[in-house]
Design a protein around this ligand. Structure first.
Ligand code: CTP
Ligand code: CA
Length: 222
């Protein structure tokens, strides 16, 4: 067997990755969430480690195994918990990759007891969650690279670029949420600040590697 060892361009770098969905409690037995599987974020965390980085993974609940060899895994449930975890750690990283599908809204009140069925219709009032990417994008330190994802169903590149600007991210990975979520493969547009765009199609692990190699270049140029 010929063993070819991969180069380690992320040696000495610290990478923070968020992954998976968040779940927002309605009552003790119910929640609001989304179809994110966690596969894209876990692939990024795995490949970042393989490329030599020190990796922290902050993850919502998923049905897949935690990736191996992480330096730290923080398991959270809600967007609020993910927000607090990211904010408390953010200053220590060279690259922050916000891959999680964070719930935009949460129930205004999470009932202490199970909500009983009664009327024919039920309205649950929702309130906005904090935007983690936007917060870190606007408070990043010099030389920190902040990467976001954009889950779209139309105008993928335009909407992705708008998010890059609004959240002050360095890079946005825009994809079609309908095919990306749950799938082992993905088709993405990596959008940079200067509006250059790289289109990639492949397994989530292949895309993770291409993305991380590109981020090494951004780090070198910053
Ligand atoms: N994001 C976040 N905090 C939120 C919502 C989203 O950090 N409360 C991050 C996601 O992790 C992702 C990026 O923002 O990196 C884009 O998420 P997306 O859902 O595509 O965009 P939104 O800004 O929430 O806009 P919309 O859902 O209306 O398209
Ligand atoms: Ca959203």
């Amino acid at each position: 067997i010929k063993i070819v060892s991969e180069e380690k361009p992320l040696e000495g770098k610290k990478v923070l990755v968020t992954a998976g969905p968040t779940v927002e409690s309605i009552d003790p037995v119910r929640y609001i969430s989304n179809h994110s599987s966690g596969k894209m974020g876990y692939s990024i965390a795995t490949v970042a480690k393989r490329l030599g980085a020190d990796v922290t993974l902050i993850t919502g609940p998923t049905c897949i195994e935690y990736p191996f060899f992480m330096d730290e895994i923080v398991s959270i449930k809600s967007a609020e918990e993910m927000y607090k975890a990211v904010l408390s750690k953010k200053d220590n990283y060279d690259i922050l990759i916000m891959c999680a599908a964070v719930a935009d809204y949460k129930p205004k009140v999470s009932a202490q007891q199970k909500i009983k069925k009664s009327a024919e219709t039920l309205t649950i009032e929702l309130e906005k969650n904090p935007d983690i990417l936007e917060t870190i994008g606007h408070s990043k330190k010099e030389n920190q690279i902040v990467v976001g994802f954009a889950a779209e169903t139309e105008n993928i590149i335009e909407n992705g670029y708008e998010k890059l600007v609004r959240k002050n991210a360095d890079v946005i990975v825009a994809n079609d949420a309908r095919t990306a979520m749950g799938n082992d493969r993905n088709h993405v547009y990596i959008i940079f600040k200067n509006n250059s765009i790289v289109e990639l199609e492949g397994t989530k692990e292949e895309i993770a590697k291409e993305l991380l190699i590109k981020l090494c270049k951004v780090l070198q140029e910053s």
